[in-house]
Structure formats: structure tokens, C-alpha cells
Design a protein around this ligand. Structure first.
Ligand SMILES: *[C@@H]1O[C@H](CO)[C@@H](O)[C@H](O)[C@H]1NC(C)=O
Ligand SMILES: *[C@@H]1O[C@H](CO)[C@@H](O)[C@H](O)[C@H]1NC(C)=O
Ligand SMILES: *[C@@H]1O[C@H](CO)[C@@H](O)[C@H](O)[C@H]1NC(C)=O
Ligand SMILES: *[C@@H]1O[C@H](CO)[C@@H](O)[C@H](O)[C@H]1NC(C)=O
Length: 701
């Protein structure tokens, strides 16, 4: 503690023992912008066969070598270019496509040589150097070759960026520039709002992830500590482009994908390698920001009649967005084009923020992947998922998660004494109790409606482009695989959903959930219960939201999807993914498997290893392209011109088969079923949703 106070006083934030890293070369973008060139096909095992480059602004050749050296790189040579000809042709064609370069553009490379790249032909050739040392853009090597988020900073891969208030020491790997563990606010006192601006100024070591917010079961990944802390309000940036220091031009700024992690509002981290933005930085040229926010009782405790009004997690998200708006241009991001996206509780957060007055001015698009909602049907009582879409009052939250927390922490006495006690207990102990607060509450500030208003365009809900979607069988992550084999569908439904016999029979009698007979009744009844759970807790709400928000005009536009191809995901039942068969050591996706909760994230971020088959690769290429285009323009259809400039042939082919992903238009959708190729479809299970009590016009008649 004393150490970190000391460090802050010295203007060195979160420096730990990494201080020797601070570059002696000074600010990396002082003389030129830095554009990261890497032809990224998203095939992880193919990364070893690719090299990238860093493109610098025009300068005389006399300065070029030193400019590359200031990045610990050298001028790119012709041998390297010819050995990776396709990659460099496409990369330079794309620079021309976005207007950074001319249609035909010369570049300085090593050994006094000059190349000329022509966009239309997509060709590169050596040309005679100019007779005078005129300024031309410069290609430097990019030798940081670690291809995943576990890359660490070294003396030679550092990238130092200055903003008005701070100097950020980041680094690069094979795919992007990376700035990790940036404090976006000062640590707030417990159960109070974080304040913006409040982050310390000075030099920030942004080469390592910060600790995850206090949670009982933190994940650990290579380069990501499994430790947690209540000093955790940090964000991470991956970017393909850094403008020249002090540049006021907004022309080259890239759209910003602002990621809000899931984890039931009690777990998760912005450092999850599955949501690292490095692949998308190079593949589709946008900036990703991933954040931590307070979790569990630290993020949500709400006590009626006190100043502890909850929603601290949303307060953190809003402040992280404010930091992004004020600072992201220095990292190449466009503060006027921010698309928020989250999965699971992250999607629940996006839903809250869509209706949250302090948040609404701060973003221009929203994606909600696999949000929860509904759930009250078939005698299932106050289902868990309901609390994501229907906001409790402060009293309602306290009734569930109030006294129990005091009791378990051994805090007694008057309410004031109990609160004072709770403010001093160990943060990890506080989030490890059986009872925790984890509910958005109607506090009149961050949340001022009972649920998202989808009945009109009256300012209650952000009137922007949205995308909502689900994974095909994600209810299979929330129901229970029968502990012992069952012999009838009714028994199976009772065991896997907790239905009573009467409600199980109602399901059977409805004829709406027919059994898919594989001869294994335990599996087959679980499959039926998975469909019910998927409808009840994910699909019906997503579709009803899309329909209502579109029909009422609450949303500017609405696109929907269902993930038909997914990978590994949240699998508490140990279903194990697609079955392994000869030739498919990681599972054969052509055989039946459950598309579980959180198993689709690679379709957005492109982070997938290993691949089960080639269509896995083509799917993440196609699907991440849809998400990227949504981040850029609010509509998920990339132009053929763009895909051609980039050389993304499989995505051109896929889109040609599928056609356009059109907006939701009526009670039938449509939605895109995402696979390779994808397929446009009507909404799924409309009759089933209506029977369960959640018709598609639930929010808007
Ligand atoms: C918008 O309309 C809804 C539903 O009709 C209503 O509850 C809400 O108060 C209105 N909000 C505003 C800001 O007018
Ligand atoms: C039914 O399927 C499950 C899940 O794949 C498997 O564990 C079980 O052994 C199968 N039961 C029978 C009788 O084949
Ligand atoms: C589950 O049932 C559906 C039909 O409702 C079928 O297409 C799918 O293959 C089944 N899944 C498994 C794992 O058996
Ligand atoms: C991925 O890259 C590896 C290594 O270059 C290659 O063998 C494999 O065919 C590629 N996969 C696809 C689907 O292109």
C-alpha cells in the first residue's frame, strides 16, 4: 500500500517492478503516425508464416532509417516483401482503399530502394528511387512476433504514446499495438461512485494487465494474474493505428469497439484472451477497449434509505466510456464512433446502458450477445434470468441481498454500524459470501425504468443501431444433465429443468417441443430441456426486443442473429463439445453438438485455436467481418469493395451465397443464422415463445 501511494506521488502509476521498461527513446509517435500492417487471416497456426510492418508518414529517405530505429526496427527489405508478397500487396492496397495512400504510391524501403504499390492491380514493384530525396512514406519491419495476448513488453517492442495528461508505455505483438492496465478512474471508496476524471496523471506503465476485480473464482491466463483486488478499475486497448503526437486531424481515427465482459455480474475480466482485440485490430482495422468494472456486492450493493444506492458497476462503465471519449483519439480511436458490446451479463449491461440517461450520450451503437431475460414460466418461479431484464427496486434487491450479507460477514448493530463494518471487511471475503448483491436496481440515476422501454422513441432508450443475438442451444449451460439415466421425456424434463410432473406433461402435450430421437432418452430429453431453457432465458427475449425496438421506433435499426456454429463454451454439464471422430481430434462439427452459452465469442473477436475444420476458420472470418462492419457503420454487411481490397475471398464467397443481412422488419424477423455460409432465417421458435408466455410482441403490441 505504502509503495503504491509513493509511486503515484512520483507520477508512476501501477509501475510495479517494470519501471526499467520505460523507453529511453521517448515518445514513439513524436515524428510520425504509426500504422500497423499485418495481413491477418485469423488462422492461428498460420501466423508463423506471416510478417507485418509498421508504416510511417512521409519523410526524406535520409531520416527513414533512424525513424525505424527509434522503434527498435529497421527498414523493411525487398526480400521480405517478396517472400510475403500477397500480404504486402493486400496491406498496401488497403492503405490506398482508406485514402491513406495514393492509388499508386511509392514507399521507402531498405537499401535505398523504393517500391510502388497500385491498389487496382494490387501489385507491388521495385521502382527507381526519386532523383531528389523527396518525402515518401516509410515501411519499417515489425519484429514482435508473439501472436497471442500473452505477449510481454520488452525494451524493443515498446510503444510510448502521450496524451494531454499522461504518457502511456505500451507495446506491440504480432497483431496490434497494446496498452494494458490503464487506470480510468482513481480507486473509489467502497460503496461510493467512482468519479471522472480522477485517474492519476503522469507516466503509466500500460504493459501489463491490472488485477481482476474482486471475485471468488478468478480465471488465470498466460500473462493474466489469477489474483483479484478491489483496486481494479482499469481498461485495455488494442489498436492498429497511432496518430502522430499532437495531431488534431480526426480523418484517420478508427471506430471503437467497447467491450463489457460477462460473468453473471460477479466474475470476469477485460483481460480475457478470448476477447482480446488484437486480431480485429489487424483484420478489420478498429480499436478495441476492454474494461474491468466492480462486481458482486462491491459493484451492486443497494440499501434502502441510505446513500448506498447500488449500480456502481454501471457507474464504472460510464466513467470508462468517458475516459475513452477523452483519450482514445491518442490511440487512434474515434471518440464519436463508439459501439458498446457485451456478452451474457455484459449484454445485460448493454441493455441497462441503452436505457441509462448518464450513458446514452456516450455511444453510437450497441451489441448485446446472449443476454438473459424472461424465465418465469412452467412454474419455474422467480427465475435467475428475469433479474437481467426486469430491474428490481432498491428494496427488492435488499430483500434478496441485504441482511444475509451482514450476517455472513459478522456485521451487527445498528444499520450504520453494520455498513461501517461492511466497509472494512476484506474485499475477497465480501464477494465470497453465499448471498451477494448482483442486481441492477432502479436508483433513479443509472436506471430509472422497470425495464428497457421499447414502446416508442421518446428518449427513454438510446435511438441507435443495435444488434441482439443468441447461441443456438445456450440454455444447455443453465439446465442440468440428469444425474442418473432417465427412461421417459417427463422424467428427463423434471430432472434437467426442475419441472414438476404436471408442467412436464404440459410441455409434452403441447407438441411444440418434439423429441429428437437418437435412442438415448437421457440425452434426448436433455436436448428438449435445452431448447426450452434457450427459448425461455435467451431467445424469446432477444427476438421480442428486436421486434419491439424496431416496430416502435425505439431503435434506429435492429439486426438479429443466432449462432449456428460455435466452439467451446460454458459447459457445467461436461457435454464436451462436438464429438471427436477420426480426422477430427478437436471434435467433428458436422455431428450434433450443443452450441452453448459463451461458445460464440470467437465469431466476434476471431480468437480461435484450435480449429476443428476449415469451416471454423471461414465462419470466424465471415462473422467477425459482420461484427466489424457493424462497429464501423451500424450495419453488418461489409462491401465487396472492402473485402476485395483486403483479399478476404472466403468472406466474399460466403456473403454471395447468403445475400444481405437485412434489418428486422416485422414479427418474423429476420435473423442471420451464423455459420459458413450463413443463412437468413425467420425468427426461431415463435410459437414456442408464445406458448411459454413470451410472444414476440411482448414488449410492443
Ligand atoms: C417513454 O414512454 C414510456 C412508456 O410509454 C414511459 O414509461 C416513459 O416514462 C417515457 N419516457 C420519457 C423520457 O418520456
Ligand atoms: C447418452 O448420451 C450421453 C451424453 O452423450 C452419454 O454420456 C451416455 O453414455 C449415453 N447413454 C447411452 C445409454 O448411450
Ligand atoms: C437436438 O435436437 C435437435 C432437433 O430439435 C437436433 O437437430 C440436434 O442434433 C439435437 N442435438 C443433439 C446433441 O442431439
Ligand atoms: C491454417 O494454417 C495452417 C498452417 O499454415 C494450414 O496448414 C491450414 O490449412 C490452414 N487452415 C485453413 C482452414 O486454411
Amino acid at each position: 500500500m505504502a509503495l503504491s501511494i509513493c509511486a503515484v506521488a512520483l507520477g508512476l502509476v501501477a509501475l510495479g517492478n517494470a519501471s526499467p521498461l520505460l523507453s529511453k527513446r521517448g515518445v514513439s509517435n513524436s515524428a510520425s503516425s504509426l500504422t500497423f500492417l499485418y495481413q491477418n487471416n485469423l488462422n492461428y497456426t498460420d501466423d508463423v508464416n506471416h510478417v507485418g510492418a509498421i508504416l510511417l508518414d512521409e519523410m526524406p529517405y535520409a531520416q527513414a532509417s533512424a525513424a525505424c530505429a527509434s522503434l527498435s526496427e529497421s527498414l523493411l527489405d525487398w526480400e521480405t516483401i517478396t517472400a510475403h508478397r500477397f500480404d504486402f500487396e493486400r496491406q498496401l492496397a488497403y492503405q490506398s482503399f482508406i485514402g491513406k495512400s495514393q492509388q499508386t504510391q511509392r514507399y521507402y524501403i531498405a537499401n535505398g530502394q523504393v517500391i510502388s504499390a497500385t491498389q487496382a492491380a494490387g501489385s507491388i514493384q521495385l521502382v527507381a528511387p526519386p532523383t531528389r530525396d523527396i518525402p515518401l512514406p516509410v515501411l519499417c519491419t515489425q519484429s514482435s512476433s508473439v501472436n497471442d495476448p500473452s505477449a510481454v513488453a520488452t525494451e524493443s517492442n515498446q510503444v510510448v504514446v502521450s496524451t494531454k495528461t499522461n504518457t502511456y508505455v505500451g507495446f506491440r505483438n504480432q497483431k496490434s499495438f497494446r496498452f494494458l492496465g490503464i487506470p480510468y478512474v482513481a480507486k473509489p471508496d467502497r460503496f461510493t461512485y467512482s468519479k471522472y476524471p480522477s485517474a492519476p496523471s503522469g507516466t503509466v506503465d500500460a504493459t501489463k494487465y491490472a488485477l481482476q476485480c474482486s471475485q471468488p473464482w478468478p480465471a488465470s491466463y498466460p500473462g493474466v494474474s489469477g489474483k483479484t483486488s478491489d483496486d481494479c478499475l482499469f481498461l485495455n486497448i488494442q489498436t492498429p493505428y497511432i496518430p502522430k503526437a499532437g495531431s488534431t486531424s480526426t480523418n484517420d481515427l478508427r471506430p471503437v469497439h467497447f467491450w463489457i465482459h460477462g460473468g453473471g455480474w460477479t466474475g470476469g475480466t477485460g483481460a480475457d484472451p478470448g476477447t482480446d482485440g488484437g486480431n480485429m485490430a489487424s483484420r478489420d482495422d478498429y480499436v478495441t477497449v476492454t474494461i474491468n468494472y466492480r462486481l458482486s456486492t462491491l459493484g451492486f450493493l443497494a440499501i434502502p434509505g441510505t446513500e448506498i444506492t447500488g449500480n456502481y458497476a454501471f457507474n464504472d462503465m460510464v466513467n470508462a466510456m468517458k475516459w475513452t471519449i477523452d483519450n482514445i483519439a491518442a490511440f487512434g480511436g474515434d471518440p464519436n464512433r463508439i459501439v458498446i458490446n457485451g456478452e451474457s451479463a455484459g449484454a445485460g449491461s448493454v441493455r441497462v446502458l441503452l436505457g441509462s440517461p448518464p450513458a446514452q450520450p456516450l455511444f453510437q451503437g450497441a451489441i448485446a450477445m446472449s443476454g438473459l431475460g424472461f424465465g418465469l414460466s412452467l412454474g419455474l418461479g422467480y427465475a435467475y434470468s428475469e433479474t437481467y431484464g426486469d430491474y428490481l427496486t432498491i428494496q427488492g434487491s435488499y430483500d434478496i441481498a441485504g441482511e444475509g450479507i451482514f450476517d455472513e460477514m459478522g456485521c451487527s448493530g445498528t444499520l450504520d454500524e453494520k455498513i461501517a463494518c461492511l466497509k472494512t471487511v476484506d474485499p475477497l471475503a465480501l464477494v465470497s459470501t453465499a448471498t451477494v448483491a448482483r442486481y441492477p436496481v432502479q436508483d433513479g440515476i443509472y436506471v430509472n425504468t422497470e425495464h428497457l422501454i421499447l414502446e416508442n422513441n421518446n428518449g427513454s432508450t438510446a435511438h441507435i443501431d443495435v444488434m441482439f443475438g443468441t447461441s443456438q442451444d445456450e440454455g444447455g449451460s443453465l439446465n442440468t444433465y440428469p444425474k442418473t439415466p432417465v427412461s421417459t421425456l417427463s422424467e428427463g424434463l423434471q430432472a434437467s429443468l426442475g419441472l414438476d410432473a404436471t408442467n412436464a406433461q404440459k410441455v409434452i402435450d403441447s407438441g411444440l417441443f418434439p423429441i429428437y430421437n437418437t435412442g438415448n432418452i437421457t440425452l434426448d430429453s436433455f436436448n428438449v430441456s435445452t431448447r426450452i431453457m434457450t427459448d425461455l432465458e435467451f431467445r424469446c427475449e432477444a427476438q421480442a426486443t428486436l421486434y419491439a425496438g424496431d416496430a416502435s421506433g425505439a431503435f434506429k435499426s435492429a439486426h438479429g442473429y443466432q449462432m449456428r456454429r460455435t466452439y467451446w463454451g460454458y459447459d457445467p454439464n461436461g457435454l464436451g463439445g462436438a464429438p471427436v471422430t477420426p480426422g477430427y481430434p478437436y471434435g467433428n462439427p458436422n455431428l450434433p453438438y450443443f452450441r452453448l452459452h459463451s461458445s460464440e465469442v470467437a465469431n466476434c473477436f476471431g480468437n480461435l485455436n484450435p480449429l476443428r475444420d476449415e469451416n471454423d476458420l471461414y465462419t470466424i472470418q465471415l462473422s467477425s467481418g459482420y461484427f466489424s462492419e457493424f462497429v464501423k457503420s451500424g450495419s453488418p454487411n461489409p462491401s465487396v469493395r472492402y473485402l476485395t481490397a483486403r483479399g478476404y475471398q472466403k468472406s466474399i464467397d460466403g456473403a454471395a451465397i447468403t445475400g444481405k443481412w437485412t434489418e428486422v422488419r416485422n414479427k418474423k424477423g429476420p435473423i442471420m443464422l451464423i455459420d459458413y455460409p450463413a443463412e437468413l432465417s425467420d425468427f426461431v421458435d415463435l410459437e414456442q415463445c408464445a406458448w411459454l408466455g413470451y410472444p414476440v410482441d411482448y414488449y410492443y403490441k
